[in-house]
Design a protein around this ligand. Structure first.
Ligand code: ATP
Ligand code: MG
Length: 452
């Protein structure tokens, strides 16, 4: 059943000590334990698995008692995370198809049954590093070679059990650059309505993996063509066919997707790129000066708020939502040499530690224009150099960098703690951003004294 060459490849794998320990412990208690899913797939692809999935015949309650450091990640679904010597392993009791969906489900009794319940053939192989056994009952090796994502068994039946699976198909296609096998692909559009009922955090987690994959545009395009994008990100579709202006070669939607592929695979950067023009459809107006062209004034301002809202809706953390909002808010700058040093410093002050990411977002944006790219990149480099030179002077960019503090403000102005103190400090900072030489204690105290 299993290709001997592939078995060889697996046998060369030296399992990390803690993983061996976990497998042995389960075995000693009379249970079966197999390395399964993504870990086996990654090993066959010659990659080191990011995490190890173990399927076992032991019940979750028992697994929890066998190991010292367990995190009961999804006890209801039969999943327990065991942390041994810093290595996290996901231990999952052999489970039935519905057990993957949010509503939970029952357990099954053999590894073969468990594999039959997994989503795609490339994810449905099992390897036993203790005895060197390898199971590939659904042709996962052949599909890895053919670069193909294929549902295990009948695609429609599998999607029916868990309507997140079509999105997972797009995720694996985007990650590996695989095509989706025809019958699997054809079954996808039929479950869009059922997909509406999938928990937002499950959708967000898949979107995250598509975004940080090598081919995010491809993944998103699959989801658009099969109807899924309209469920979790309808705003993006409004940019489809929306013409721009002489700076752009593509409509808003295709521009965003090209920018996405051009961006570094960092979640925050890619999310910001995905959402950077999200409000163009709502701010579009015909250009007064150039017939046939469109303007999008203020799209970055309202877009920032919408981007944050979308991040929250998809259950990204508050920290991520805030940073994405900031990057969207700031993405639309047109740097020229005429900018005053103060303007560059004010930008650095607004953006703070997100400056590197802002450059990455802008770079991707420029690459996605498909026009005047070289010019845009050169301009961005000029801003970057200028910013670095200014940063080297270590200017005060935040209130805490000022040569005076809130106590000074209260003492000199004779006021108590109040929002006024913050406002005054903010004004001092503005003055210092304008001219850093003002950040002397004496100078600032004098300015304060003048306000009395
Ligand atoms: P990654 O490297 O991104 O973690 P993975 O293949 O390990 O990829 P997971 O979501 O961690 O993906 O799932 C682990 C394994 O569990 C999968 O390889 C698959 O066999 C199975 N699996 C996970 N979710 C589902 C699902 N919704 N339906 C069926 N099988 C699933
Ligand atoms: Mg995994």
């Amino acid at each position: 059943m299993a290709d001997p060459r592939e078995r060889e490849k697996l046998l060369r794998f030296a399992p990390p000590g803690p993983l061996l320990g976990i497998l042995r412990t389960l075995r000693e208690r009379g249970h079966e334990a197999w390395l399964v899913g993504g870990a086996v797939r990654d090993l066959l692809r010659g990659e080191t698995p990011a995490e190890y999935d173990v399927a076992t015949s032991a019940r979750p309650e028992e697994v929890a008692t066998l190991f010292e450091r367990v995190v009961e990640t999804g006890l209801a679904h039969g999943t327990v995370t065991v942390v041994e010597e810093g290595l996290a392993c996901e231990l999952t009791t052999y489970r039935a198809g519905r057990a993957y969906a949010a509503e939970g489900g029952g357990f099954v009794s053999t590894i073969e049954e468990d594999l039959a319940m997994r989503d795609f053939t490339v994810n449905a192989m099992a390897f036993d590093p203790l005895d060197g056994r390898f199971l590939d009952p659904h042709g996962g090796v052949a599909d890895l070679e053919a670069k193909c994502i294929r549902a295990v068994g009948d695609a429609a039946a599998r999607f029916e059990e868990d309507p997140l699976r079509p999105m997972r198909a797009a995720r694996f296609a985007a990650r590996f650059g695989f095509r989706i096998e025809r019958a699997t692909r054809r079954a996808m559009p039929r479950f869009v309505e059922r997909f509406r009922g999938v928990a937002a955090e499950r959708i967000g987690a898949e979107l995250e993996k598509i975004l940080v994959s090598p081919h995010p545009r491809y993944g998103i395009e699959i989801l658009r063509r099969t109807g899924y994008l309209s469920v979790f990100l309808p705003e993006l579709l409004e940019g489809l066919g929306l013409r721009q202006n002489r700076w752009h070669r593509y409509d808003v939607y295709h521009h965003v997707l090209r920018a996405l592929d051009a961006a570094a695979p960092d979640l925050v950067v890619r999310l910001a790129v995905l959402l950077h023009d999200i409000d163009k459809p709502r701010t579009v107006a015909p250009s007064a000066k150039r017939p046939g062209e469109n303007t999008f004034y203020g799209h970055e301002v309202s877009g920032a708020a919408r981007a944050k809202e979308i991040c929250r809706r998809l259950r990204f953390s508050g920290r991520i939502a805030e940073e994405v909002g900031l990057l969207v808010r700031e993405h639309q700058f047109a740097y020229t040499e005429e900018w005053k040093d103060a303007a560059v410093r004010r930008m650095l002050a607004r953006v703070g530690p997100s400056f590197e990411r802002l450059l990455q977002v802008r770079r991707a944006d420029i690459l996605g224009h498909g026009r005047n790219v070289e010019e845009g990149l050169e301009n961005l480099r000029a801003l970057e150099n200028r910013a670095r030179a200014l940063m080297a002077e270590k200017p005060a960019l935040q209130i805490r960098d000022l040569a005076v503090d809130g106590r000074d403000v209260m003492r000199v102005l004779g006021i108590g703690p109040s929002p006024e103190v913050g406002r005054v400090l903010k004004e001092l900072l503005d003055a210092v951003l304008e001219d850093p030489r003002r950040n002397q204690r004496e100078t600032l105290l004098e300015r304060l004294a003048e306000r009395r």
